[in-house]
Ligand binder design. Structure first.
Ligand code: UDP
Ligand code: MG
Length: 325
């Protein structure tokens, strides 16, 4: 295989409005890099159609026949952004030396791609795309994002601030990432765990080129919560600490109640009730959280479901053909 084959993985969910422009801009970057000899002629854009309901797959199929550097895979249904990225990387990695992932909507500046490739050629395995401004995001999104990074930091999850899923990974970094078999995917948290030499490339985040966000608030909140629960057992520890605190309070209550009883000014039955409510409540919270600890571990391990199902693959045959040459 020729050296330095790049595959740009682009997840697409109902993106018919942006696809022509995205293909044009990415194609331009790709052919530029090829003519400069920085990447091989076998480099490609790999669109992952994540169960789109519109003409997305028709457009991708059409481009696959028109352009040699366009390929696509089609999911059997919508599996979500993170799974689309994993599928793209899995499919691409056999025939690529580096993989770049980028959203279809051109919010991430495609001009950072040549810089990422340069960093790869300098010997970096992981190149994060980091936005240096969030002016085009709403105040709400900016504030919540900031709060989220700080919470995640306190929970001990290392994230690269202001970087999303726009990044370059070398072949070995991709392979290592793909060995993480968890199903609650939170890729931006997983990539730093992979290690290797990494660096950042800065760019300005733009407005969506066309169409509307495929991440409504509910999807965004689910994703954020997934990020916490699949990376940290801190919430369970919190419950346990609460339980311990309540048991301690119950001990103080016990002393207080005994003193009052000694003074003889209480209703019959009050003392024993007060003590047991607090004590038993605390013991129950601790016990539940202990069980939760184990259930949480089982939960993340046991669901050995496939992360996605590919219905049609227009990438592998193309790549294999070129591989033979
Ligand atoms: N996307 C996807 N599957 C989904 C939702 C989104 O593949 O279920 C893709 C979408 O087509 C886009 C990327 O994920 O390429 C990011 O989505 P979007 O731009 O709508 O999110 P935002 O930038 O608003 O957070
Ligand atoms: Mg977007």
């Amino acid at each position: 295989m020729s050296n330095n084959t790049l595959t740009i993985v682009v997840p697409c969910f109902n993106e018919e409005e942006v696809l022509p422009e995205t293909t044009k801009e990415l194609g331009q970057i790709l052919t530029d890099l090829m003519s400069k000899g920085k990447i091989s002629e076998a480099s490609k854009i790999l669109f992952v159609n994540d169960g789109s309901k519109d003409k997305t797959w028709e457009i991708i199929s059409d481009y696959c026949t028109k352009f040699n550097y366009v390929a696509g895979i089609k999911f059997s249904r919508n599996y979500g952004h993170q799974n689309a990225l994993i599928a793209g990387m899995t499919t691409a990695n056999d025939y690529s030396d580096m993989v770049i992932t980028i959203d279809a909507d051109l919010q991430d500046d495609v001009n950072a791609i040549p810089e990422m490739v340069d960093k790869y050629l300098e010997g970096y395995d992981v190149v994060y795309g980091v936005r240096n401004s969030r002016e085009t995001d709403t105040v709400f999104k900016r504030k919540t994002a900031l709060a989220y990074y700080s919470i995640m930091g306190k929970l001990g999850v290392k994230l690269v601030p202001n970087s999303a899923d726009y990044r370059l990974l070398s072949k070995r970094a991709t392979s290592s990432l793909l060995q993480y078999k968890e199903h609650n995917l939170f890729l931006r948290g997983m990539v730093p765990l992979v290690g290797y030499r990494s660096t950042k490339v800065y760019y300005a985040r733009k407005e969506r080129y066309a169409g509307e966000s495929k991440y409504p608030l509910k999807k965004m909140m689910n994703f954020a919560f997934d990020g916490i629960t699949s990376f940290s057992v801190a919430p369970i520890h919190l419950i346990m600490n609460l339980g311990i605190l309540i048991v301690l309070v119950s001990l103080i209550m016990m002393i207080y109640v005994l003193v009052r009883k000694g003074m003889g000014d209480v209703v019959t039955g009050w003392s024993s009730l007060m003590v047991s409510i607090w004590f038993v409540g605390g013991v129950q919270l601790i016990s539940i959280s202990m069980i939760g600890e184990y259930v949480g571990k089982v939960f993340s391990e046991v669901k050995q479901r496939p992360r996605y199902v590919i219905e049609e693959d227009k990438f592998t045959p193309k790549a294999r053909e070129e591989h033979k040459k």
